[in-house]
Ligand binder design. Sequence first.
Ligand code: MN
Length: 312
Amino acid sequence: MDITRLEPRAKDVGGVPIARALPNKRIKTIGAWCFLDHAGPSTFNEGDEGMQVGRHPHTNLQTFTWMIEGEILHKDSLGNEQIITANKVNLMTAGTGLTRGISHTEQSVFSSKSGANEDDRRINMVQLWIALPTDKEIEPAFDHYPELPSWQEGSTEFVLTTGRYTSVSGETYKAPTKQYSKLIGLDVNFVEDNEVTLTTESGSEYGMLVVKGEIVFGGKLYKQNEMVYFDNSDVEKTNSITIKADKGTRIMFIGGEPLNNKVLLWWNFVADSKAEIEQSIIDWNNHHPRFGDVDSDLHRLPAPPLPEGFKE
Ligand code: MN
C-alpha cells in the first residue's frame, strides 16, 4: 500500500502553539477536509489567558471543532454563543459565494472562573475546516452537537464525529452532523494496548492524525501530530486499515470524497477563484455587512493581502 507521511508545521493561533497538518506541502485536501490544526494535549500556566482568537471572518467553509479536553467559548456574527466541552462538536457554516460569510471569536474561559484548577487549564482540541461545494447555495449557520454515536470494540473506544461508518463487526453508525459532501470523522481512543481495523469506502480518500501517543501502521511508526494519508487507490485494494497502538493513544481518522471545485485557501478564506479571495479580503477589511459583527471585546484581525504569485 502506497501511503504518504505528512509532517505537521508548528504555528501559533491566539497565543497557543498549534500543529498544522493540513494543508501540507504534499497534500492539500482529504475529501473536503482542507485544514487541520491540533492544539495540545497540554496545560496552560496559571495566570495565562489561554486561547484568545480575535474577530475574524470565514468564507466557503465550515469550521469543525472536536474537543477532547478543555473548554472554549465560541461567539459568532449570527448571535450564537456556545461553550464547547469534551466529546462534543461545534460546526460553523460560513455559507457560499460573495454575498455570504460569517465572523467569530474563540476563547478559553478558565481565567474567568474563580479558582480555576489545573484540570480547567487543559487543552486538547482538533479544529478542521471543511470546504463547501461552491456550486451550491449554502446559508451561514452554527450547530452544536453534544450527542454523538459512540461505541467500544474490545477495549478501544470510538466516537463518530461526522458521517456514516460501518465497523468491522458490520454495525453501521450515523452522526447527526450536517454535511454538504460525503465525509467521515472518527475519534479512536486506545484504552489498552490494541490492534484496530478501520473500514474504508470506495471513492473516498483518508487520513489519520495521531492526536496523542504513537501508532504502528504498515510496519512504520507515526508519532504524535504526524498524519498518514491514504489515497483512493490505496484504500480500494483492501477496504480496511489496521493499526497498532499502546494504551493512551488517540487518533482522529478522517476521510471523504473530493469536491468537484477548486479549493483555494488564503488566511481564513476558502474560494474556488483568486478573484473571490481578493474580494473577500477587501470586504472584510472594509467592514462589509456580509460578515456581520460579533458581540465581543476581542480585537478584530485584519486580512493580509494575497502574496505575489499566489497560484490559482
Ligand atoms: Mn475561525
